[in-house]
Design a protein around this ligand. Structure first.
Ligand SMILES: Nc1nc2c(c(=O)[nH]1)N[C@H]1C(S)=C(S)[C@@H](COP(=O)(O)O)O[C@H]1N2
Ligand SMILES: [Mo]
Length: 368
């Protein structure tokens, strides 16, 4: 990338036929995905949850660490970890997915973290609800956004910044929105935001601010880089675009059979088999999952688990019987949520490579 492009603040789009570059490989090597076979677990085991960090994992000394709650509030708060841990604690099973999941399959490819489909995970997050803390601080009647700032610092498209995201006040006040210090029954690991992160169930990953140091209530909409420039659905360079918010519906197949080492193509033996996977949407409960074994010509409704009412923000499992006959087949799975939104079968491209919930296609070879 040239200095001019850096200064322009624009995302780069790969040239036609241009392969993944070393810059993308460098991002992919540090921001790892969840191996899709881990779709088998209700709760993603430690270390298998995807990780996305824009800059570096910051060094934070938990003893010296403080959280400021400030801005358009009557009584600013300054809290240490014990103050937070003394508050009512809840554990909530929540799926996170990066808004860039699927980016590497967009054509042309927006150059950034080149996710295929593995930027997802479901963890049990332990923390305390944010709303009572904001009530204690006394939010101004003029408040519109709540801005969450992390301890990490970097430069992105020419803009030096602390990672910061604004969230509409109503979302910050949802009872499910948590300040979190635990993951899967253990202390929050460094890569997932220790000592404290935000969890906003239903929203794409960029809202789940890690390494929190400050919460600013603002009486103007937040116009920082991660809200106004990044994380917008734009097709033309100069349009403002729509903000990225809640997770769109998606179903993924737990990879059937076994893989070939280099191509990752799947093989299985002929006979009766059960295809399984997970489905989710951050917009409404999943209403239906359909499976196709013939490349999308015909679809069968999968059996969808009823979902545990205790875990409305977790993924749900589904299964579908298949009599696999020898040959080459293409398996597809498609989720529809209760708003009626379904996954597209044709890409809906945007220049930052966000929200690509195009239906997954899994070629398999069935051996006789
Ligand atoms: N402070 C901070 N918070 C952050 C990020 C970051 O770079 N810095 N990345 C965001 C993005 S884009 C995603 S997808 C999620 C990933 O969370 P995880 O690494 O715990 O899976 O964290 C979000 N929170
Ligand atoms: Mo992300």
């Amino acid at each position: 990338m040239t200095g001019t492009e850096l200064a322009s603040g624009r995302a780069r789009i790969a040239e036609p036929g241009e392969g993944i570059g070393l810059d993308e490989l460098a991002l992919a090597a540090r921001n790892h995905g969840m191996p899709l076979e881990a779709l088998r677990y209700d709760v993603t085991p430690p270390g298998l949850h995807y990780v996305l960090t824009h800059y570096d994992i910051p060094a934070v000394d938990p003893a010296a660490w403080r959280l400021e709650i400030t801005g358009a509030v009557r009584r600013p708060l300054r809290l240490d970890l014990d103050d937070l841990r003394d508050r009512p604690a809840v554990t909530s099973r929540v799926l996170l997915e990066c808004a860039g999941n699927g980016r590497a399959r967009y054509e042309p490819r927006p150059v950034s973290q080149p996710w295929l489909l593995e930027a997802v995970g479901t963890a049990e997050w332990t923390g305390t609800p944010l709303a009572p803390l904001l009530a204690e601080a006394g939010v101004s009647p003029e408040a519109v956004d709540v801005v969450f700032t992390g301890a990490d610092h970097g430069v992105e498209r020419g803009v030096e910044q602390d990672y910061a995201r604004g969230l509409p006040l109503a979302e910050a006040l949802r009872p499910e929105t948590l300040l979190v210090w635990g993951m899967n029954g253990a202390p929050l690991p460094p890569q997932h935001g220790a000592p404290l992160r935000l969890v906003v169930p239903g929203w794409y990953g960029m809202a789940q601010v890690k390494w929190l140091t400050r919460i600013d209530v603002t009486d103007e909409p937040f116009t920082g880089f991660q809200n106004a420039t990044a994380y917008r659905i734009k097709v033309d360079r100069d349009e403002d675009g729509e903000p990225v918010t809640r997770i769109r519906p998606r179903a993924l197949l737990q990879p059937p059979g076994w893989p070939e080492f280099m191509t990752r193509e799947r093989f299985l033996r002929a006979g009766d088999t059960v295809l399984t996977g997970r489905a989710w949407s951050g917009r409404a409960p999943v209403g239906q999952v359909e499976v196709s074994t013939d490349g999308g010509t015909t679809w069968t409704e999968a059996a969808l688990d009823p979902g545990d009412p205790a875990h409305p923000f977790a993924w749900r499992s589904w299964s579908c019987g298949w009599t696999a006959r020898p040959g080459r087949w293409e398996l597809l799975a498609r989720a529809t949520d209760e708003t009626g939104e379904s996954q597209p079968v044709e890409q809906r491209w945007n220049r930052q490579g966000m929200e690509n919930n195009l239906v997954q296609r899994v070629p398999v070879t069935v051996l006789g």
